[in-house]
Design a protein. Structure first.
Length: 271
């Protein structure tokens, strides 16, 4: 790895100068700036990869109750919500950014068994509120925990637990890049003289940089006394082409399928 990667830093700092302070606003401005989605679009992670989608569907078919609705948490432009609606009786996509929800709804026009809603899934008790409306549900999450800080991850995990209830299954897929932030930028095609457009757009909006989400982070958010993992595996998360028009990128990732344990041991401190 060469020292030249450090020359990427000034470009990143200069691009981020005008980003809003608040993280929700950053996501919302990011989605407002998107002109095109899909394999050759502006959205870095919107890979539209049949192989990745098939892996998720195959795991869900194997491990979830397919008669339940499914909630796509952090749904973005709703590509994967639409895939889930093809397979489950009803799919709800939720996202912090109202502009993501507007785009998802536009891209899903005419599909009957799906809906979108703007929701912060790290807000306390939001899981209970949605569960009161939908009953037990399956949950799908791709690329959201890796942009949350530690405390937000804990609140989101508690909300997901409420959404699952007794019968639901959670499928979680996150990036787990092992190097530094600069190594990650290089992996995504950044050089001292060039940033691929989808990457430039994400940096300019100031959306949170992904951090590792692998076995250790998973165990911190989903402790074994409260959660029952059915599958954990290394995977790859697709990106749109970053180095040429036709060559989709990938980032190392982590995938888990799990259920909420129903008999959680009493907290000794509370007795
Ligand atoms: C990396 S994108 C992944 C989008 C989508 N899951 C996909 O794979 O195409 C992360 C998404 O999570 C949303 N998000 C971030 N924080 C959130 C929160 N607290 N509650 C709900 N959505 C959130 C962002 O607006 C963004 O659309």
């Amino acid at each position: 790895m060469s020292w030249r990667k450090f020359l990427i830093i000034p470009k990143v700092i200069s691009l981020q100068r005008r980003a809003p302070r608040e993280v929700g606003m950053r996501w919302n401005e990011y989605w407002a700036s998107v002109r095109q989605t899909g394999a050759h679009g502006d959205v870095l992670w919107d890979a539209d990869s049949p192989r990745e989608a098939q892996r998720y569907l195959s795991l869900l078919r194997q491990h979830s109750d397919m008669s339940l609705p499914i909630i796509d948490v952090g749904c973005g432009n709703g590509r994967l919500t639409r895939m889930l609606a093809d397979t489950f009786p009803f799919a709800l996509g939720v996202d912090l950014a109202p502009n993501a929800i507007t785009r998802a709804a536009e891209e899903s026009h005419g599909i009957g068994n799906l809906a979108f809603r703007s929701l912060d899934m790290t807000a306390p008790a939001v899981g209970q509120q949605l569960a009161a409306e939908l009953g037990d549900a399956n949950v799908f999450v791709r690329g959201v925990f890796h942009v949350l800080d530690r405390s937000a991850r804990q609140t989101m995990a508690a909300n997901l637990r409420d959404l699952l209830g007794v019968r639901g299954t959670l499928l979680l897929a996150e990036t787990d890049f092992p190097g530094s932030s600069l190594d990650y930028l290089e992996q995504l095609g950044a050089t001292p003289t060039h940033l691929p457009r989808p990457l430039e757009r994400a940096i300019a909006a100031g959306i949170p940089q992904p951090t590792r989400f692998g076995n250790a982070e998973f165990a911190g958010c989903f402790p074994a006394d409260q959660w029952q993992p059915l599958v954990t595996e290394a995977t790859v998360i697709g990106t749109v082409p970053m180095r040429g028009m036709d060559d989709p990128g990938t980032v190392p990732g982590f995938l888990a399928v799990l259920r909420a344990r129903q008999e959680v041991p009493d907290n000794p401190a509370s007795t």
